[in-house]
Design a binder for this molecule. Sequence first.
Ligand SMILES: C[S@@+](CC[C@H](N)C(=O)[O-])C[C@H]1O[C@@H](n2cnc3c(N)ncnc32)[C@H](O)[C@@H]1O
Length: 275
Amino acid sequence: MRAVERLEPGARAYLDLLAGCLTRELFLDQEWWDADLREWPDDVDALRERLRERGWRLVRRGDPTARAEGRDWPPTAETMVGTARLGNVVDCCVAAVLDDVPGDFVETGVWRGGATILMRGVLRALDDPGRRVWVADSFEGLPAPGEDAHPTDVGLDWSHVGALKVSADDVRANFARYGLLDDRVQFLEGWFADTLPTAPIDQVSVLRLDGDLYGSTMDALRALEPRVAPGGWVIVDDYGGWEPCRTAVDDYRADRGITAPIHRVDWTGIWWRKP
Ligand SMILES: C[S@@+](CC[C@H](N)C(=O)[O-])C[C@H]1O[C@@H](n2cnc3c(N)ncnc32)[C@H](O)[C@@H]1O
């Protein structure tokens, strides 16, 4: 049985509604994407010019399957994680509270903040009195691979990708939009290698990694996995879909002798539970 099924109907309805807003799944009929003109079969330049002259944009609908599976980078949604992986966030956080697994909730790599907003929503839905939600990100996108980068990160320079650069103030505004910005939400601003080792977090019940790269995943695991409480969860967003992330997780688990079984969420997300 999923942990969410143990909730009162009102709490469950709130979390379902919150998740549907955070992914914009509830509003896909109102969402428009700029069409990719490279796919236009004929004379793209002439079309571009005519659109520009008129001040028009060519747009297309969002794709419900891509959104459900978390395979797109949505134009306005607060998360790109998709429905199945958000459901996993809810299940782990709800189980942590209901089963008294001690510790805070953490996400390393938050983008617009959606998964951490949902974590805070779980605390509200369950009237949890003390846990905090840690929101860790550079808030300026991915790091460029350094000279000592792991081989799987070499050549993966996404540091220029503007769509991944979301400021801390924008993420705070997203929390506030849902009435969930308060002192239980703690921001760790900067590169994981600098912020996580000294972060004032004693114990973690749910650790969610979503930093894409080998280095980002390894930095987060080294700093925070040892602080996960017995019975706590480690969730990895990019394990199935990204070789650098998968290699970091496999290396870390082998190095620390972690044999807890890996459970799949969907085509890329996984989790394991600390014994
Ligand atoms: C795929 S996005 C996260 C998606 C997010 N979890 C969601 O719910 O949509 C990856 C994020 O990781 C951050 N990131 C990656 N590596 C980092 C590092 N080494 N230090 C700090 N932030 C990092 C990026 O800034 C970006 O916001």
